[in-house]
Write a protein that binds this ligand. Structure first.
Ligand SMILES: *Cc1c(COP(=O)(O)O)cnc(C)c1O
Length: 368
């Protein structure tokens, strides 16, 4: 239900403006498109649900969950299960967040000394600059090359010029879908004066990781999430790194940030991780099929992806996006998000029928 908004009076606007931080006043709220009734291919969600027997078991767990009690503040059982499942190298620490977004915010809060900077590449995940600014860090964005590779020289120059406390690199990158060369990332990690976070949100679809090498680099943290794997609604992110970092960040974490239901459900699903691994394998196969089909369409330039989405360029992207909407298919319009994304759209890999519906609607939208 939408509620009629009450108009703000000038004296109220003044009160707000002289009370809140300027960074907050200058922000706009994160917008999520309404997907009711649409084929929803806009948010990198896993299109499959869990098998019925597992869902029934989760139902029982939820029924018996002690909702009157605070959750385990350390989420010890879940941490142990996740460490085993992710094969976290011995001696490394693990910090859980209410989604990896919360961990990005925690890192920014911890590094927000006066004048501190966060460095990222552009285009990349929208939350990095949003979180940086909201926590009072200056965001430095280094453009990717024309084919979305990391511009090593530019990044290293920028590291020297700006000495960022934090560097965020998504591996694979969102929204471009590519993996930066591992040697390049290694050079960035070695040249960074502060923390480098390799954000592996799409690890299930890329199957390559810096996690096994984390002990090689004292300033490296690896970020993962269950969201793209199939539990976006549960909100669980994982940050892995040396205890000297994790123990400090843990002081900033609000004590009960991972709720009782998330802890119980995640622990149970992780015990059946082969289910999600099977779904990820199906998504990888469907991605490659969808990429081949997109490349067969005249006027579509589709970029290679190691994630569960595909970025493509098409002239008149805004019109094509609207045509898809009209035909009940919601994807993401990135035209306008960054100059390098002119005429670019991003589609999440769905089920076979969803992908077919998208392709049919795309062809109709190109030649209406
Ligand atoms: C989706 C995404 C996230 C956020 O994941 P949550 O765990 O759902 O907060 C983080 N990083 C990248 C690069 C993403 O694309």
């Amino acid at each position: 239900m939408t509620q009629a908004k009450i108009a703000t009076l000038p004296e109220e606007a003044n009160l707000v403006a002289r009370t809140l931080r300027k960074e907050v006043l200058e922000m706009s709220a994160y917008h999520v498109a309404d997907a009711a009734g649409m084929v929803k291919l806009d948010a990198m969600e896993n299109p499959y649900s869990l098998p019925e027997n597992l869902r029934n078991e989760l139902g029982r767990l939820v029924t018996e969950a002690p909702l009157n009690r605070y959750p385990d503040p350390q989420a010890s059982r879940l941490c142990a299960a996740l460490k085993a499942s992710m094969q976290v190298p011995a001696g490394m620490g693990l910090l859980l967040g209410n989604g990896s977004d919360e961990l990005i915010q925690l890192l920014a809060l911890a590094c927000a000394r006066p004048g501190a900077k966060m460095l990222g590449v552009e285009p990349s995940f929208a939350m990095y600059p949003i979180v940086a600014r909201s926590c009072g860090l200056q965001f430095v964005g280094v453009p990717l090359t024309r084919n979305f590779a990391l511009d090593t020289t530019a990044v290293i120059e920028s590291l020297q010029r700006h000495a960022p406390a934090l560097v965020f690199l998504a591996y694979p990158n969102n929204p471009t879908g590519n993996l930066f060369a591992a040697e390049t990332l290694e050079r960035v990690i070695r040249n960074a004066p502060g923390i480098v976070v390799i954000d592996e949100a799409y690890h299930p679809f890329a199957q390559t990781s810096f996690l096994p090498r984390i002990a090689e680099f004292p300033n490296l943290l690896v970020l993962r999430t269950l969201s793209k794997l199939g539990l976006a609604g549960l909100r669980l992110g994982m940050l892995i790194g040396a205890p000297c970092w994790i123990d400090e960040l843990n002081k900033l974490r609000l004590p009960y940030n991972v709720n009782v239901l998330t802890q119980l459900v995640a622990e149970r699903v992780v015990a059946s991780e082969d289910v999600l691994a099977g779904q990820a394998a199906a998504i990888r196969a469907a991605r490659d099929e969808l990429l081949a089909k997109l490349r067969n369409i005249d006027g579509v330039e589709a970029f290679t992806s190691h994630a569960n989405f595909i970025l493509f360029r098409i002239s008149g992207a805004g019109r094509v996006f609207a045509g898809l909407m009209k035909r009940g298919v919601l994807i993401k319009n990135l035209a306008g998000a960054h100059p390098a994304l002119a005429d670019c759209l991003r589609v999440t890999v769905g089920t076979a029928p969803e992908n077919a519906a998208f392709l049919a609607a795309l062809e109709q939208s190109i030649c209406p």
